[in-house]
Design a protein around this ligand. Sequence first.
Ligand SMILES: [Zn+2]
Length: 220
Amino acid sequence: MFTLFTDRYGGVSAPPYDFLNFGDHVGDELSSVSSNRDALVARVGPTVFMNQVHGDAFAVVTSSTIATPTCDALITTVSGINLAVQVADCIPLLIASDGVVAAVHVGRKGLCNDITQKVLTEMVRLGGRNFRAWMGPHICGRCYEVSQDIYDEVVAKYPAARSQSAQGTLALDLAKALYGVLDSFDVQVDPSHICTHESPDHFSYRRDGKTGRSVGVISL
Ligand SMILES: [Zn+2]
């Protein structure tokens, strides 16, 4: 079993995507994105990416040569296939178990549409046992300031997400809510304490707008 979370260093993309951008939908030169992805593949092996849409769909992958699926989570029971989730503030969630692994894109919408529960249910159906998970660098509960209506919508479903910004305004702690979800499935979690919004070493959409995407990668 293998896991990896990238930061912004080690790639060839020019500012504002400097340097290791994996997103091919953010305005970066596609040749730079290809070069960055090729370097990752050279390092870790065949890797499947997603066209992420903040939905609740997942794809069960059995080959690394498929067309890029449009979904927000990848699952596989095949060893040697790397699954990549792209982020710039959202939570890159990697889940391992005996025989099944998954990479999940958990932002505010993913939390509210229960993508993690859907993925875990499918992993159990596929024979997964002894779950553990890693949350990669993401925006923290002090930095993720939101409007009243978004706050109300998320907190109504996940009271644990209730947070306050450094300025005392309404904010959401998505990771705290996700802990609760993972705990309900008895999943041990290894958290990241890096906040993408505060770390100059990471891409942050909230901070920079036009920026790159890092990846979380897992394989059996
Ligand atoms: Zn923060």
